[in-house]
Ligand binder design. Structure first.
Ligand SMILES: Nc1ncnc2c(CN3C[C@H](CSc4cnccn4)[C@@H](O)C3)c[nH]c12
Length: 229
């Protein structure tokens, strides 16, 4: 690995990560801030994209094409779909889809466009490292499907649609777009999320209450994975 990209969507998702680093160099580019550090001999670029699939695609592409990152890790929070996932629990994505991509009018399945695929798989190798770290830390991390869309989901109807259509375990607004970018550019990627809410009518309140603590849970585990790379 030449250079590692560590990405979040919101500033609150990367703040707990930046705390681990010193001598950070800031580069402003394409309406975004990129933080570069050398951590234990590893060159790392950290950034938050801003919310949603378009911003996440821009940042992931920039970290790879402009900064030369050849591995990408994402750390952040998510809404739970799988009832086993409680607030503060973590999920590692083995595959991701776009729940709001819809040309079903032409007979295609939800989440599919021609020459694309409904699901994109993350790096098995990175997931194996994460599993070993979880074992060492004595923590339980669920592996599952994450659904991404440009909406903050806060209704059971929308949540149920996503569960029934994609058998997703959690949902958020950036992972699948990072997946498409990394897959297209042949960069291994890993998406880690800690649960901040249950994507139902209480989601907005829970999110506000648990964003910071859940973002920290994800960041602390991610750093242990970085130490293992
Ligand atoms: N229920 C949910 N639905 C969709 N996504 C999520 C997430 C994951 N992130 C958090 C944030 C919510 S929008 C936001 C949040 N605060 C201020 C502004 N925008 C967006 O980056 C996606 C956690 N819970 C989710």
């Amino acid at each position: 690995m030449k250079k590692l990209a560590i990405m979040g969507a919101m500033v609150e998702e990367i703040e707990p990560l930046l705390e681990y680093f010193e001598n950070v160099k800031l580069t402003e580019y394409a309406n975004n801030k990129y933080y570069e550090v050398n951590y234990k001999g590893l060159d790392i670029v950290i950034a938050y994209s801003k919310i949603g699939k378009v911003f996440a695609s821009l940042t992931a592409s920039t970290m790879i094409e402009k900064f030369g990152c050849d591995t990408l890790l994402f750390s952040g929070v998510a809404g739970a779909i799988n009832p086993k996932l409680k607030i503060g629990d973590m999920i590692v994505a083995n595959k991701l889809c776009q729940h709001d991509l819809d040309i079903t009018a032409f007979g295609h399945p939800h989440g599919y466009v021609p020459e694309g695929s409904v699901f994109v798989e993350s790096s098995k190798e990175l997931r194996e490292v994460a599993k070993a770290v979880a074992k060492e830390m004595g923590i339980e991390v669920i592996e599952g499907t994450i659904a991404t869309g440009d909406q903050f989901v806060h209704s059971s109807e929308k949540k149920d649609f996503i569960e029934k259509t994609f058998q997703a375990d959690a949902l958020e607004m950036e992972g699948a777009s990072v997946a498409v970018v990394c897959n297209a550019l042949n960069v291994p990627f890993f998406i880690l999320r800690a649960i901040s809410d249950s994507a139902d009518m209480d989601a907005g309140f829970d999110f506000d209450e648990f964003l910071k603590s859940s973002a920290k849970i994800s960041a602390d585990y991610l750093i242990k994975i970085v130490d293992k790379l």
